[in-house]
Ligand binder design. Structure first.
Ligand code: F6R
Length: 363
């Protein structure tokens, strides 16, 4: 049940520190700084990974693409399941398909899995429901351990998908000799710090609700991010659309001047997801372009980032400082809470948005 929360989405958002800690207790070795999975996954022999999913699960794949490529050096292709299954992509024994699905029953994702299996690819399912069809039909299935997710908008399943995919990317890097013991230990400790950072981020809820009050009056909202924050921008836009019915779009920051900047005026909030990392200055220069055109930019960064670039912004939100590996998981929290509070201000049905079903078992 919902306990003290008004909606399942709120409850599930607040459960994230606990479920992530549970997942890491399962996927990280207890007394060593190492990834330790209950089932063998072989990345050594794979030529490429294709990651297939729908909606929010697809955005989790999009983040993981950066991790598999940068940590393990494995080429990764991502696709939405409804496209993958019909475009007849070449698949061979060197292809590892990773199918990510909370429910494990999504029709298009299941069809994509069957397509890959039929052409000799190896399959790994990343699911929340362990007894699901996608879990049963995959060569290997790993549970994300998020616990039941009732709210139609995915929250804790997204971050638990990311947590497991990060563990898989570290494991892949080890198997391919792309990371040494010290490197792995460093990444694992970054993951172990995440539940605490998530708890801190959740304490920002009153400030995020204040911002959401203004955002709830907007007709259109843009989300911008670079690198692994780009899929987070897509996820922030999806969350806002689906529960508050405000039109929102996510863009890679560098794409702004290739079209969407034409939308920018004082009525369009632009939400800039920019932790202080190697791409920070680039993202901030895109934010400056928004400000120079009279746009209202919300800078979501850490204290150092806000100190460096917060001056002209419409609003700022100071997140805890996070290692680059975990920042995309942490920044799911403001994306979720912003959408949640915008929806609450608008009075929409948060847990059962119109026209949506929790599990899409038809094409
Ligand atoms: C968005 C959302 C959907 C699902 C998508 C895939 O908040 O929940 O986009 O992520 O329908 O569902 P699963 O993960 O069950 O395959």
């Amino acid at each position: 049940e919902k306990g003290p929360y008004k909606h399942f989405m709120a409850k599930e958002t607040h459960e994230q520190p606990i479920v992530l800690a549970d997942a890491f207790a399962r996927y990280l070795a207890p007394h060593r700084s190492e990834v330790h999975l209950p089932e063998e996954v072989d990345f050594a022999g794979c030529e490429r990974i294709v990651m297939v999913a729908c909606g929010t699960a697809h955005y989790a794949c999009h983040v993981a693409k950066y991790w598999f490529e940068s940590l393990a050096g494995i080429p990764v292709e991502i696709d939405v399941a409804s496209e993958f299954r019909y475009r007849e992509p070449p698949v061979g024994p060197g292809t590892l398909g990773i199918f990510v699905s909370q429910s494990g029953e999504t029709a298009d994702t299941l069809a994509a899995l069957r397509y890959l299996k039929g052409r000799g690819g190896r399959s790994l399912a990343v699911v929340n429901v362990e007894t699901s069809t996608i879990a049963r039909e995959s060569d290997v299935a790993l549970p994300i351990l998020a616990g039941p997710e009732i709210g139609v908008a995915s929250t804790k399943a997204f971050t638990c998908q990311l947590a497991l995919l990060a563990c898989l990317a570290i494991l892949a890097a080890r198997q391919r000799g792309a990371i040494d013991g010290a490197g792995e230990a460093g990444r694992v400790e970054e993951l172990r710090a995440l539940p605490g950072l998530m708890a801190t981020a959740l304490t920002l809820e009153p400030a995020i609700a204040e911002i959401a009050r203004d955002v709830s009056h907007a007709r259109d909202v843009l989300f911008l991010g670079r690198g692994p924050m780009y899929p987070l921008a897509l996820e922030g836009a999806l969350k806002l659309k689906e529960i508050s019915y405000i039109h929102a779009e996510g863009y890679a920051s560098g794409e702004l001047k290739h079209g969407p900047i034409a939308l920018v005026d004082e009525a369009v909030p632009v939400i800039v997801l920019a932790p202080s990392d190697a791409l920070f200055d680039k993202t901030v220069s895109n934010m400056q372009e928004v400000l120079a055109r009279g746009g209202r930019a919300l800078l979501v960064s850490d204290a150092a980032g806000i100190e460096a670039a917060g001056a002209g912004a419409w609003r700022t939100l100071a997140m805890p400082r996070a290692a680059p590996l975990v920042a995309p998981i942490l920044y799911a929290v403001p994306a979720q809470l912003l959408a949640y509070h915008a929806a609450v201000f608008k009075g929409t049905d948060v847990d059962q948005p119109r026209n949506l079903a929790k599990s899409v078992t038809v094409e």
